[in-house]
Structure formats: structure tokens, C-alpha cells
Design a binder for this molecule. Structure first.
Ligand SMILES: [Zn+2]
Length: 353
């Protein structure tokens, strides 16, 4: 029942938004109109032609100025010929076989699986490259980046090749309360990145192909069937309800547009980094970079696995249909920051060529 309400509500909002003229009118025409002093009002977008777009992130809000840095901004292209070999111990995960409770939240940019705060110190990581070995990091969330089409969906590229999607797992230094506190602190975060290919479609010519990688039932598609329905929403209409007046109660509870930033979707049991970890975890690249969305703090040690995982075409299409904060499918603009050029970022690899 709940779900029916939700679908009806969001569908009606969606209809009012697809009106082309209306959409154009809500686009601020100049950079000035995208700028705010109140952080709650500040928004960013992946629309390159829009004043909130990636090029302007650093100007939109005084907290986001780091986005314009040329020091260690992410994502980057990893040119494997320029990577430097270093011996690192294997990444060490604690309790990785355990599933922890998470909330799926759509922050208007991507679906985020956020580990419930009660479980944030259950799954931990140490042996992080370029950080003290014993330093521990808590698993906090997992989210996915995708593009306008299958060719360019990942944020990072390896030898100028993008993958259809990229999963990023965020870990924060255990000395801090949570991600929010850690993200602005020196060495506060570690993000593990896994490239995602579409099963049977991507033609990879690396040496990752035939070493045991199987089709992933990514948590979005496998665990919660309700989320499935919600994702397909833009295609669904409620013809049977046409002409009916929704009840007052319904309007009150369901028809007020909520701020998408704070719209929690579902809580479910069970995510673990294993859900998106590639079969081959022996080979990775690592570098000191930044968050890939505002405020772009330069506090992230990136670990990018060489080998991708694979999801079904269906899963890929579902993810493309998740709505952004303008209620457009994510695939319309993509959810990925363009590659950054830094003056002095060194990428290390833990494997011989
Ligand atoms: Zn990300």
C-alpha cells in the first residue's frame, strides 16, 4: 500500500517536471544565480552547460573552493606506464563476511548505501597504502557513478579507458566520529574504487577476463524488490486513478515535495564491501586525491582495483533510471565528474606489469 502512494505521488511530480518549458524556466541563467552563502541552498550538478556544473563548483559556495584546486583533485586518468611500483601489504578487511544494515538514500545525484551508524565500526579496513599499516578505517558507504552512455560511466579511467560504471566504497579514519567529521581532516578518508562492466557486452582487452569473475547481483537489484519498482517509476502511469481526487490525508502525507537530499528510501539488512569487490583483489593502483563532488576536500587515499566486476544489462538500466534531484533519470547527465588535471599526482601500483 505504502508503495502505491509513493509511486502515485512521485509520478505526479514527475509529470509536472517533464514539461519542457517549465524546466527551462527553472534553470538559472547566470552563474550569479547558482551561488549561495547558505550551504543548505547550495546545489551542484553534473550538467556541463549549467552554472551549477562541474567547472563552477568552486564558485558556487565558499565551502567548495577546493574544487578548483590543481593539487590532487579526483578523478584522474591512470596512465599505467607512468605508475610507480611499490610493495604494499594486502588490504586487510575485518568482518567482511558480515553484512551490516544500511539505508539506501538518493541524494539527488546517486543512490547511496549508507551503513547505519550503529554498525559503522563493524567492518574495518587497515593496511591502507601510504598510510600507517595499523591505522583503521570504518566502512561507511557505497555508491555508484555512471554516465550518459555505457562507454563513459566511470569517474576514473585506466589508460584513457572508461568503464560503464564505478562503485566507490568510502572508509573513514576511526579516530573520527563519522564521515562528515573525517572528510575535511588530513588523511581522513580512504575510497576503494571498483570498475563495473556490463555482462556480455563490454569487450575488455585487459588480462582480467577469464579469472573467475562472475555476474554480480549488485545489492540494488538483488536485495530489495521494492527499490526495483521505484527505479522503474518514470515508465509507470496510474491510468486507473485519473480524475480521482486524492484524499486530504494522502495529500498531506504524500504530496508535499520533500527535499531530495534528505529523502531516505529503504532500510535493509546487509551490505558488505564483498558485494562489489572484484575476484582479483591482488592488483590495484593508489594515489592521494580528493572527493569527486563538492566540497572536493583533498583528504582521500584512493585505491582503484585493476580488475572490474560485472553486472547484468538489467541492473545497469535500472541504475540509469534512478532519478536525480530534477527528477530526470541519472543517465540524462550522468553522475561523474570530468577528469581532473593536477600538477603533481603520483600514482603507485602494487603489482609488476
Ligand atoms: Zn563518488
Amino acid at each position: 500500500m505504502e508503495l502505491v502512494f509513493l509511486i502515485a505521488t512521485v509520478t505526479s511530480v514527475f509529470v509536472s517536471f517533464v514539461d519542457g518549458a517549465g524546466y527551462l524556466q527553472i534553470r538559472p541563467p547566470s552563474l550569479k544565480q547558482c551561488c549561495y552563502t547558505d550551504i543548505n541552498k547550495a546545489h551542484f550538478s553534473y550538467d556541463r552547460d549549467f552554472c551549477e556544473g562541474p567547472k563552477n563548483w568552486c564558485k558556487v559556495h565558499p565551502c567548495w573552493t577546493t574544487c578548483g584546486s590543481k593539487r590532487r583533485q579526483s578523478p584522474i586518468n591512470i596512465n599505467t606506464n607512468e605508475t610507480i611500483y611499490r610493495r604494499y601489504p594486502r588490504l586487510k578487511f575485518e568482518n567482511i563476511l558480515k553484512r551490516v544494515i544500511a539505508t539506501i538514500r538518493n541524494n539527488g545525484h546517486a543512490p547511496y548505501f549508507e551503513v547505519h551508524e550503529m554498525f559503522e565500526d563493524e567492518i574495518t579496513l587497515c593496511n591502507v597504502p601510504e598510510r600507517p599499516r595499523k591505522k583503521e578505517y570504518n566502512f561507511a558507504q557505497l555508491h555508484v557513478h555512471l554516465g550518459r552512455d555505457e562507454k563513459e560511466g566511470s569517474e576514473h579511467s585506466i589508460d584513457n579507458k572508461f568503464k560503464p560504471m564505478e562503485a566507490q566504497m568510502v572508509f573513514y579514519d576511526k579516530d573520527y566520529e563519522d564521515v562528515a567529521e573525517a572528510k575535511s581532516k588530513r588523511n581522513g578518508l580512504v575510497v576503494i574504487s571498483v570498475m563495473i562492466e556490463v555482462y556480455g557486452r563490454s569487450k575488455e582487452n585487459d588480462d582480467c577476463g577469464c579469472d573467475g569473475e562472475t555476474l554480480r547481483l549488485y545489492p540494488l537489484t538483488s536485495i530489495n524488490p521494492d527499490f526495483w519498482t521505484l527505479l522503474r517509476l518514470p515508465r509507470k502511469c496510474w491510468y486507473n486513478n485519473c480524475g480521482r481526487t486524492p484524499s486530504k490525508d494522502f495529500i498531506e502525507k504524500r504530496c508535499e515535495k520533500e527535499e531530495p537530499e534528505n529523502r531516505p528510501f529503504f532500510v535493509f539488512e546487509g551490505i558488505t564491501p564483498l558485494d562489489v569487490m572484484p575476484y582479483d583483489t591482488n592488483r590495484f593502483y593508489t594515489y592521494a586525491g580528493s572527493l569527486t563532488s563538492p566540497p572536493c576536500y583533498e583528504t582521500v587515499q584512493w585505491v582503484v582495483y585493476k580488475c572490474p566486476i560485472k553486472v547484468s544489462t538489467k541492473a545497469f538500466k535500472m541504475l540509469q533510471l534512478v532519478q536525480d534531484s530534477h527528477l530526470n533519470p541519472l543517465a540524462k547527465l550522468g553522475v561523474r565528474r570530468p577528469l581532473q588535471t593536477n600538477t603533481n599526482v603520483v600514482v603507485y601500483r602494487n603489482h609488476l606489469k
